[in-house]
Write a protein that binds this ligand. Structure first.
Ligand SMILES: NC(=O)c1ccc[n+]([C@@H]2O[C@H](COP(=O)([O-])OP(=O)(O)OC[C@H]3O[C@@H](n4cnc5c(N)ncnc54)[C@H](O)[C@@H]3O)[C@@H](O)[C@H]2O)c1
Ligand SMILES: N[C@@H](CCC=O)C(=O)O
Length: 590
């Protein structure tokens, strides 16, 4: 509160100073010092501060007997003993219980509720927008060092004080096992917040390199005029923290509609930012019906940007809506969306078949196949098929599935009934012969009596355009197509054209020429391309993430490219010496 008061006073004195008239219009006239001297003393910046060097958050491995395993198990027990939690909307720092509630169940035990959350109605969303716009001048005026410090502090709070709590919420609410929660809710989120401070510093330091005599040129990276809206998906706690964190670090204010199936961990993320010093109103936490929140935010003239991660059809629909409203807005809204995938592993005949099979099992089935980057189609040359299949089937069969509290479980269940029904529909059609050219090689059972559980499943397709080679299922199903080993280039071209998506791809080959040919032919088939590695597991600071085509705007979360979308630069030229006439030398008579 105190910090907000100070910032508000800075912002308003700044505005007063800008508006105060000069005593005389002519250049060179004396300006009384007092008119200006009171405007800026509250924010002396007596140094060019250097944001601390950042590194990836070290990851614990949760091996049996490790202290981190015990601490995480304790956090799970504690969370289970306290749930269900009640989650309010938070607008202008105030917790608001609207009494219009929904539950977030455990996906692997859907009769048990993790949290009950209050949905915002139209009036509350409008109040959130108004409050955010009021908070904006002070937030934007806060010196960058202080904005960065808030995010660095949040990252440290997350990595230390709240690590196991946020991980436990991610495990119970979103169905992740310990390792998947570690790489998401602890490591990736801390990395996003820390690395972004570095990227923002880099952006701010990009300044004009030339100055004509008697002038000074500068570039100011203004926040967008208005407010930004962020809609987050259920599958990564870190993504929600970055969807709001990136624009806000650059001086924007943000209306955050978290996913109903990732709600409790999102709430904890908001609370951490608040504890780190984020002023009230800068992020407005408004769970709510998607249509209600969209109607209120997308119809507002100050709607300045949309930061989305989720499915392709939702993003396309929302983009269209923004287009239809274009005459409503003060500016052209920035639209950034990372969306679906139909990610492939492509093996050349020189590939290490066992390595590729193991990586396929990890990529296709870790987090129950619910990573946007999960491998869901594989092209295997016939010379490697027997070896690859033997390993793939054996490894798939030994996967243990069940509640996340049992650390020996590699998988749990998919997120909700809608997802379960969709995947079950595809698998039933294959099992009953309704889908031509496809059969189930291993897995295929679906059971939603306790959790929304789908067995890890491998489909064998005899048509490279079979339905499950094309559509995103977003669950633990991978489809394999066996191609003639000597038709590598032909099948690279088919793979490139098979799906509308272009998110991630793993190319497996020992032969360097095959690596070069594959990389070239699949240049536009993926925004994240891996050679002899799986299609999942991008790390902030190492592999900036995002895809093209129907997979998104490819603004690369976890990079300066993304942060640049949240600023509207102003070029400033200052002249130091008055001119003395209008004519240029070229106007003079010979
Ligand atoms: N490319 C990436 O970086 C990336 C990362 C994570 C997830 N994803 C994709 O996200 C999807 C899975 O996440 P999800 O199920 O949470 O996605 P989703 O599209 O169902 O939901 C995303 C967000 O949009 C909201 N939403 C849903 N329907 C809406 C509508 N009609 N109008 C307005 N808002 C709406 C949701 O409430 C949620 O906040 C997959 O397609 C996956 O590939 C992509
Ligand atoms: N960072 C993740 C992708 C996020 C999508 O769900 C990965 O690369 O596995």
């Amino acid at each position: 509160m105190q910090i907000q008061r100070v910032l508000r006073s800075i912002a308003s004195t700044g505005l007063r100073a800008a508006a105060s008239p000069r005593t005389a219009g002519a250049l060179g006239a004396r300006i009384p010092r007092a008119a200006y001297s009171s405007a800026f003393p509250a924010v002396p910046q007596l140094g060019r501060f250097q944001v601390p060097a950042v590194d990836n958050e070290p990851m614990y491995n949760y091996a049996p007997g490790s202290p981190e395993r015990r601490k995480l198990q304790d956090a799970l027990v504690e969370m289970r003993s306290q749930m269900p939690f009640e989650v309010p909307c938070i607008v202008n720092g105030e917790k608001i219980f609207t009494k219009d509630t929904l539950n977030q169940p455990l996906p692997f035990d859907h009769k048990t509720t993790l949290a009950s959350f209050h949905n915002a109605d139209k009036n509350l969303v409008e109040k959130a927008i108004e409050g955010a716009l009021k908070a904006k001048p002070a937030w934007e005026a806060m010196p960058y060092n202080d904005r960065a410090a808030i995010f660095l502090k949040a990252a440290d709070l997350l990595a230390h004080k709240y690590r196991y709590k946020v991980m436990a919420a991610t495990m119970l609410g979103q169905g992740k096992n310990a390792w998947q929660a570690e790489i998401d809710a602890a490591a990736e989120l801390a990395d996003f917040w820390r690395f972004n401070t570095q990227y923002a510093t880099d952006i701010y330091s990009q300044q004009p390199t030339k100055n004509a005599p008697l002038t000074w040129n500068r570039m100011e990276y203004r926040a967008l005029e208005g407010f930004v809206v962020a809609y987050s998906p259920f599958n990564f706690t870190a993504i929600g923290g970055n969807l709001v964190g990136a624009p806000v670090l650059m001086g924007n204010v943000c209306i955050w509609k978290p996913s109903p199936t990732g709600l409790y961990s999102s709430y904890l993320v908001y609370e951490i930012l608040k504890e780190a010093g984020l002023p009230d109103g800068v992020i407005q936490f408004v769970p709510g019906d998607a249509h209600v929140v969209t109607d209120a935010t997308f119809e507002h003239p100050e709607f300045a940007g949309f930061h989305f991660t989720g499915s392709t059809h939702v993003f396309k629909h929302l983009w269209q809506r923004i287009g239809n409203n274009i005459n409503t807005y003060k500016s052209y809204p920035r639209i950034v969306g990372e969306t679906g995938g139909k990610n492939m592993h492509f093996l050349h005949k020189s590939a290490d078949a066992k390595h590729a099979a193991l990586q396929t099992v990890r990529s296709a089935f870790e987090y129950n196949g619910q990573k946007c980057s999960a491998c869901s189609r594989v092209y295997v040359p016939d010379n490697l098929w027997e070896e690859y299949k033997t390993e793939l089937v054996a490894q798939t069969k030994q996967i243990k599935q069940g509640p996340v509290d049992d650390f020996t479980n590699f998988m749990s269940s998919v997120i909700n009934k809608q997802s379960f029904d969709k995947i079950k529909g595809y698998l039933s059609d294959i099992a009953s012969g309704k889908t031509p050219n496809s059969s189930i090689l291993v897995g295929g059972k679906c059971d939603d009596s306790v959790g929304y559980t789908i067995e890890p499943t491998v489909v064998l397709a005899t048509d490279p355009k079979a339905k499950t080679m094309v559509d995103e299922l977003f669950g633990p199903v991978v489809t394999v197509y066996v191609y003639p080993a000597d038709k590598y280039e032909e099948y690279l071209e088919i793979a490139d054209k098979t799906s509308a998506y272009a998110l991630t791809c793993g190319l497996f080959a020992q032969d360097r020429e095959a690596v070069i040919v594959g990389s070239n032919k699949l240049r536009n088939a993926a925004g994240n391309f891996y050679i002899n590695d799986k299609s999942t597991g991008a790390v902030v600071g190492q592999q900036a993430f995002g895809g093209g085509r129907a997979s998104g705007t490819n603004d690369k979360a976890g990079s300066s490219l993304n942060l640049l979308r949240w600023v509207s630069p102003r070029t400033i030229k200052e002249s130091f010496v008055p001119i003395t006439g209008v004519q240029y030398p070229s106007n003079l008579k010979e």
